[in-house]
Write a protein of this length. Structure first.
Length: 198
């Protein structure tokens, strides 16, 4: 499943507004180029006639609940054509129950579908180097899969793309905290998302 209306607009050379709601991974923590920068370059190469405006609403440390609270002012009021929804790791590390996280993501998508004409693309976050932490994060990514199926929205499986491309070896892709990507890691994020936009 892909955001077909957005792809049609891009291919037709029209103007497309993409709002990215998320945490530090969307923000582009401690790098010169985050996934949005790389994705914009990739989209411009694929759709040179299109005018693409990104609205970066990533806030470091934010959770799905925080995203829901700022949804109207920062995303809905911007009238985007497509919205990325990317949360999970902060929810996991703060001890937010998976069921509550899943409910909150569902509420975000429901509001977007009810109050806008925007398509929605949900994104998993990156895999983690620590096996225990990665197993914990996977529970939240699996809940995103459930929400995507229930709400009939596409999902970009960033974590799975990383593992497939690297074989689970993340040398040079993660910063010293072993959570946030380097620029090379953010490029991989963009590649995973780009698969859903062509």
């Amino acid at each position: 499943m892909r955001p077909e209306n957005t792809i049609v607009k891009l291919a037709a050379g029209k103007s497309v507004r993409i709002a990215a709601l998320g945490d530090s991974l969307t923000y582009g923590w401690m790098v010169e180029k985050g996934y949005i920068n790389f994705l914009q370059e990739m989209l411009k190469t694929k759709y040179p006639a299109a005018t693409i405006l990104f609205i970066n609403r990533g806030i470091p440390g934010d959770t799905a609940e925080g995203g829901l609270q700022r949804l109207k002012e920062q995303v809905i009021d911007a009238q985007p054509d497509l919205v990325f929804v990317q949360f999970g790791l902060n929810d996991a590390f703060s001890g937010c129950p998976v069921a509550h996280y899943e409910s909150t993501i569902s509420r975000i998508i429901d509001r977007l579908q009810r109050e806008t004409t925007a398509e929605v693309l949900v994104l998993t976050s990156v895999p983690l180097a620590d096996p225990h932490e990665d197993s914990m994060a996977l529970q939240y990514y699996e809940s995103l899969e459930r929400v995507a199926r229930q709400r009939a929205v596409p999902i970009a499986r960033v974590h799975a793309y990383w593992k497939e491309k690297t074989g689970g070896h993340f040398d040079g892709l993660l910063q010293a905290d072993l959570v946030h990507p380097t620029s090379a890691g953010y490029r991989l994020m963009a590649e995973a998302i780009m698969q859903k936009l062509q």
